[in-house]
Design a protein around this ligand. Structure first.
Ligand SMILES: CC(=O)N[C@H]1[C@@H](OP(=O)(O)OP(=O)(O)OC[C@H]2O[C@@H](n3ccc(=O)[nH]c3=O)[C@H](O)[C@@H]2O)O[C@H](CO)[C@@H](O)[C@@H]1O
Length: 358
């Protein structure tokens, strides 16, 4: 029996790809997960009954902040905890999906000479993977363009691992769950795994116009349900969707989404045309802007930049997407569909400790 430790968290985008891989690994693997105490990874991994170990983790910032000192101590504490866990679990391989919590695990794994695989979902790498890359045995990326940020000899462009269950949804079941009919198109709005306040506000300000032509599924994030709209039969709100997501997406005609890499690759794989509203530069390093640009250039989506998001731009862009749905559909069907999940599962299943050990 071989042992593997997964890590990654902070938001679902750093966890759902790990969940996809975990489900497909063969029975030779004893699987464990190291995550943070409070991140979404704890709930998601416990739902799939994988042993979960908590460590301290600190936010890594690229700017001066008085919290930085406290967070450095948290990272050091996390490293000590991760090292003691790895010494006990003795994994053959550590697989990281990034996010702040992964850094202490990677540093600890390196100090114990444990091989490390990492996957980067975004076009421009996150800070955690930027730090981790030099310690990695192999680096996998979703986007071709990301290769240039990493050492060429150990970097492989493989695409984005999409959970298999997302392909097994049934539109009828989705409509039934939502209480929607097949007469009007279904528009799903996903503001990233943690929700998106600006998108929530723009959607709700336009709710009458939107529900005149669409039935709306709004995944709005924790504590963001609008109680005043609960009675609207064409508008269903969820904080987060777990098992019903495949059926909802099977019933979905169009999406409005943040530019989170995993979500947009999932919509691409399912051929659902999208409006992407990327997180702006004041709240992020701009990775979603690049993700959105790449998708728009390939004809899979239309971008609305957050500063231009208002009722008028939302409705106008949505009407244009709906009118040209068949074009977006064709572009997506013609796209190169890489089976990243299969590649990663094979890489791990056929991994032996002699594979590329640095
Ligand atoms: C604010 C922030 O830092 N966002 C980053 C985060 O986004 P975020 O965590 O939102 O990640 P993604 O959009 O990439 O992925 C979200 C994942 O959660 C799943 N999901 C979402 C909602 C729901 O109700 N149910 C559900 O299962 C989606 O199907 C998808 O698999 O990680 C992404 C991948 O590195 C980055 O591109 C984003 O910039």
């Amino acid at each position: 029996m071989k042992t593997i430790v997964f890590t990654g968290g902070g938001s679902a985008g750093h966890v759902t790809p790990n969940m996809a891989i975990i489900k497909e690994l063969n029975k030779d693997w004893d699987i464990h997960y190291i995550g943070s105490k409070k991140g979404i990874e704890k709930e998601l991994i416990q739902r799939i009954s994988i042993p979960y170990y908590e460590i301290h983790s600190g936010k890594l910032r690229r700017y001066a902040d008085k919290e930085n000192l406290i967070d450095i101590f948290k990272v050091i504490k996390g490293c000590i905890e991760a090292r003691s866990l790895l010494k006990k679990l003795k994994p053959d391989l550590v697989f990281s999906k990034g996010g702040f919590v992964s850094v202490p695990v990677i540093l600890a794994a390196k100090s114990l000479r444990i091989p490390i695989y990492i996957h980067e979902s975004d076009m421009s790498p996150g800070l955690a993977n930027k730090i981790s890359q030099r310690f990695a045995t192999k680096i996998f990326t979703s986007f071709d363009e990301t290769k240039r940020y990493f050492p060429e000899h150990k970097t492989f462009v493989i695409g984005s691992p999409v959970r298999k269950e997302l392909f097994n949804g049934t539109a009828d079941k989705g409509r039934q769950f939502l209480g929607f009919s097949s007469r009007l198109p279904i528009l799903t709005i996903m503001g990233g795994s943690l929700g998106a306040k600006k998108i929530n506000e723009a959607v709700r300000a336009s709710i009458d116009r939107l529900t005149a032509n669409y039935q709306i599924v709004h995944i709005c994030g924790r504590d963001h349900i609008d109680e005043t709209l609960i009675m609207n039969t064409r508008y269903r709100q969820f904080e987060y969707v777990h098992d019903e997501l495949p059926d909802i997406l099977a019933a979905t005609d169009l999406v409005i989404t943040r530019g989170g890499s995993n979500a947009i690759f999932e919509f691409l794989a399912l051929h659902i045309p999208m409006i992407i509203i990327p997180l702006g530069l004041h709240q992020s390093r701009g990775d979603q802007i690049l993700n959105a640009k790449a998708f728009e250039e390939k004809g899979y989506s239309i971008t609305i930049e957050e500063e231009y998001l208002n009722q008028k731009s939302l409705i106008k862009t949505l009407d244009s997407l709906n009118k040209n749905k068949s074009i977006y559909d064709k572009n997506m069907k013609d796209s190169i569909q890489r089976d990243a999940l299969k590649t990663l599962v094979n890489e791990i299943n056929y991994f032996t400790s002699s594979t590329n050990r640095l």
